[in-house]
Design a protein around this ligand. Sequence first.
Ligand code: PLP
Length: 369
Amino acid sequence: MIRLASPDIRPEDIARAVDVIESGNLIQGSNVKAFEDSLCEFSGLSDCAVVSSGTAALHLALIALGIKSGDVVIVPAFTFPATANVVEAIGADILLCDVSDKSYVMGPKRLEDLIAANKDRNITAVIAVHEFGYPAEIAEISRICCKYGLKLIEDAACALGTTADSHHPGYYSDVACFSFHPRKAITTGEGGALLSHNKNLISQIKILRNHGIDLSNEMIDFIAAGFNYRMSDFQAALAIGQLERFGQELVRREYLAGFYATLLEDCTRISLPKNVPGHSWQSFMTVVDEDVDRNMLIPAMADTGIQVNLGAQALNCLKYYRTKYGLSDTSCPAAARLYHSGLVLPLYGKMQDTDVEKVCSVLQKLLSK
Ligand SMILES: Cc1ncc(COP(=O)(O)O)c(C=O)c1O
């Protein structure tokens, strides 16, 4: 089976995790701290908190930034639903911004038009998503958020290693949130992280991830109604080596994405993802023509030993959001089209050139039927 994603976990990574398990220090400890330091060094950001998932990271970011019930948060319509679910979880409302059908992300022009058209609403924050590792125009989005006094969170769940406007996610925003789910380029099983330049914000997030406990004074006290969103120490141990090798992983992913583009450039019934500098290529999502039955293509590819899948969801097409906000496909048409016709092909550093050739030839054969 050529899998959709396959993390580069090596025997030395497993040995490091096993050492921690055998030490008996299973909960958040020195490996979590070492992983946080390595993430700061890798990204150039000064402060980091690792947590139990990307969703936990987004949830804590909203709470620590003071987003609350009654607020409105702008969210791109095409994303994994966790981006919006956390907004709902704190009692705020989402306002959807459609994305570009070429880059799959929210652009600054659409964002500013949406803010201008909703001046009467209590918009307090924007979540920008670097979907599949594509670098959103974050400097301009940040300028717009400053202009309107809005908090800016980057959902960089898929975008560790992305360079957006010359910097790593977390540079232009209040905070960037990452996921280490096995579909991502580095994995801890479940896991997530927040990166920021804002020391106080990350300190507050570290308190919130640990039941609200303040460890800075001799007398330990619970100073907030927090959560248990900690990462286990053996999970962090598993990731440290992966992060050390991540530069090579990014180079290989960029090469494989280019190879796909070369092999598929003459394929008429499919559109290829936009390739720009700084893309970290967590996924390679193509879009099949409207007359192609994408949902039939997924099992047909699986029958030949190739795992493919849809890309992300259009929130305006999902029952919960459709019902609560009275949305439909036409509310955000680009997102709906990407949801119905997006097809993610396998991509990971260990993939061989021959694997890419096989995926492309099987796909071309099925599309020509
Ligand atoms: C854009 C986006 N945001 C948030 C998440 C949630 O991350 P996690 O699965 O680690 O909770 C994901 C996961 O796929 C994602 O793709």
